[in-house]
Every structure is written in structure tokens, then in C-alpha cells.
Design a protein around this ligand. Sequence first.
Ligand code: HEC
Ligand code: HEC
Length: 202
Amino acid sequence: MKLTNMALGLFAAATVFMVGCSATQSMSEESLGLRNTSLYSEADAMPVKTEYSKKAAGESKLIARAFENAPPMIPHTVDGMLPITINNNACTGCHVPGVAESMNATAIPKSHFTNFRPDTSLAKNGMITKEGKMVANTSDFKVIGKPTSKLSGTRFNCSQCHAPQSMSEAPKNEFEVDFRADSHVKKSNLIDNINEGVDTLK
Ligand code: HEC
Ligand code: HEC
């Protein structure tokens, strides 16, 4: 094909495209954003009111988990429980295994009683040692998981990952969860498949 013919062809295609576009239905500006009000004024643009659950622990209904092994969200009120401090962690009072069952609360899982941080030190020759093994490249080190008798310090601040949810009308989440087994709907099992998909270097 000669260059001029090709240019003509492209021009024709562009024209067809433009004609096609002009036939498309127009959208009102109000419908473009999630807030459904004028885009040129903030007067009526009120954010949805935050409404946390007022139900006491023991009286709330669990919130569906967002995905497999997602941290479950807090369905009950946390009034008087926050902030979590070193001397005051109300959450563990009800959720620690052994107590949780009798409270009808989900027990803190094994992953929270696991230390994932390898003992790391610097050898005299400047090499990094992880769990007593010298490693040339720190990313060569496989994840470790050492069970701990106490709650791991990294899990102390529950509300860093578990949060109350506002019950008010918010834009709908269209995401559909695909749990690999029914048992994951209400229970996590992260500790069992923590190394899933990890290809360790030999
Ligand atoms: C007085 C006991 C009590 C205290 C204190 C408490 N919880 Fe709960 N929690 C429960 C119970 C019982 C449930 C089950 C839902 C219900 O019955 O309200 C629950 C449910 C949950 C869930 C949902 C579990 C799931 O399987 O979906 C999470 C997450 C949670 N609580 C986190 C916390 C955090 C974080 C704190 C501290 C800020 C806390 N809870 C304090 C008793 C308690
Ligand atoms: C660093 C983030 C993080 C922190 C901090 C944390 N959690 Fe979790 N939690 C998770 C994740 C992720 C899961 C789901 C995967 C798993 O089992 O580890 C989970 C799961 C849970 C579950 C559900 C267990 C089950 O069998 O389904 C409970 C209950 C829970 N956590 C309570 C707590 C409490 C209470 C604290 C504070 C003492 C806490 N968590 C601190 C991330 C966290």
C-alpha cells in the first residue's frame, strides 16, 4: 500500500470513529461523580455520615470478610476500648484463645502468636546473619514462623488492622469474594499457607 493510500485509509477510519462518537448518549455532569451533586459547588456535597455500630460486644452481627484471610472487621462498638495502650488492651480480654470461646468471640489466630522476624545480626566479616546462617542477599532468606507463647508484639495494636466499619449508606462495593473453601468464610487459616507461592532460592 502506498503511503498516501494508507493516510487516506486512516483518515476514513477516524471519520467513522468520530461519527460513531457523536451518536453516543450524553451524560449529565451530576452523574459523573459518586456524590450526585453539582460539580461546581460544594454547598450540597455532604459526605455520608459516619455511623459506627453501637451494638455492644456479644450483641453485634459479624461483618462479611472482604476476601480469604482478610482481617475481619470489628462489628461491635469499641467505645471505651481505644486507644490500645501497653497497659490496657481490652481486645485481648475477650479474644485471647481460651477465653474467646466462652465469650462467643472469634479467638485470636495462631498467626498472631508467631514471630515472623528472623534473628538478624551482623557477622564480624560484615555479612548479615539470619537465624545463625550467613546470607549474601537478605531476600534469599525464607520466611520463618516461630510460635510464641505470648501475643506477638507486632500484633499488639489490633486496630491497626481490624477496624470498626461505618454502617451508613456508602457507595456499594461490587467486589465479589471467591473463597477457595467454605471454611474460609468465617475463619482464617493464614498460618497454614503462609509460604504459599514462595519459591525459595536453593
Ligand atoms: C467484651 C468482650 C469483647 C471485647 C472487649 C472486644 N471484643 Fe471483639 N468481639 C466480641 C464478640 C462476642 C464478638 C462476636 C460478635 C458479637 O457477638 O458481637 C466479637 C467480634 C469481633 C471481631 C469480628 C470477628 C469475626 O470473626 O468476624 C473482631 C475483628 C473483633 N471483635 C475485634 C476486637 C477488637 C480489635 C477489640 C478491641 C478494640 C475487641 N474486639 C474487643 C467480644 C469482644
Ligand atoms: C498487622 C495486622 C494485624 C494486627 C495488628 C492484628 N491482626 Fe488480627 N488478623 C489480621 C489478619 C491479616 C487476619 C487474617 C489472617 C490470619 O489469620 O492471620 C487476622 C485475623 C484475626 C481474627 C480472626 C481469626 C479467625 O480464626 O478467623 C481475630 C479474631 C483477630 N485477628 C483478632 C485480633 C486482635 C484481638 C488483635 C490485637 C490483639 C489483632 N487481631 C491484631 C491482621 C492483624
